[in-house]
Design a protein around this ligand. Sequence first.
Ligand SMILES: O=C(O)/C=C(\CC(=O)C(=O)O)C(=O)O
Length: 313
Amino acid sequence: MSKPTTGDFTKTPGWLDWYTGPSKPRFQVPPGSVDAHCHVFGPGAEFPYAPERKYTPCDASWQQLFQLRDHLGFDRNVIVQATCHGADNRALVNALKRSDGKARGVATVRRSVTDRELQEMNAAGVRGVRFNFVKRLVDFTPKDELMEIAGRIAPLGWHVVIYFEAVDLPELWDFFTALPTTVVVDHMGRPDVSKPIDGPEFGLFLKFMREHPNVWSKVSCPERLSVSGPRALDGERNAYRDVVPFARKVVETFPDRVLWGTDWPHPNLKDHMPDDGLLVDFIPHIATTPELQRKLLVDNPTRLYWPELKQGG
Ligand SMILES: O=C(O)/C=C(\CC(=O)C(=O)O)C(=O)O
């Protein structure tokens, strides 16, 4: 893969660029697999970063993303709008249009979005909106505005992706459980994996999924959640072992409502940048049978993002 660039923007100090030359995964993902959480960044020279952003990344183009998709053995991507582009979805929509139907998207919109803009995004392949509650990433948006947006995208058949930290779930519970669509949680609601898996915090997340059949979860981002590693670097195919029991619990309890994604280009990592090939080798540790792997990587994302395709097609 070509090297990361930065254009005229100055990256956030300490920014870690995505990993060039990822290894070939040993785990072969099944045919029809979807990388259901990844991003494109800019390039800033073509699609400027948003003035209200909290970080400035290195560029990560649609060409580089699709190259990685092919290298890792995936067939399709779900590209999620990242906060560095605010509610300007042009880089995302451009990537969708360049994908030959192999990418779908999750956008960020404000209350001011017009019905025509929503229709155009729908035609390009957007299938959801993301509400971000992680305080280091976004300014506060009133819940009535978000609920209004959810009400407007529901008739399009879109869903809502929510990103929050585990400690904030109690306060957000009433809002989340009132959403009228399918709800997809990013990265298992970011559990603190140094706490017990059967403790109250993760217990509340499991209850959230158990009591609300419209709630799905991405079992992604072990590199963000892990405390003790080991890191997916230097050939380590058994990485982030402290995250495995949490992700495995979600996969085995809710096999029909889980998704997996690389999170490439891995914004805001502070410790290290994982080798994406080794990240794919994390999958069989959390989805331990061919059936669970097929549901996680093929059936579930196809049902949610390409319902018009036959499963696995
Ligand atoms: O890429 C992710 O999923 C996680 C992010 C970045 C993000 O969500 C965003 O900028 O919108 C994070 O934890 O910093």
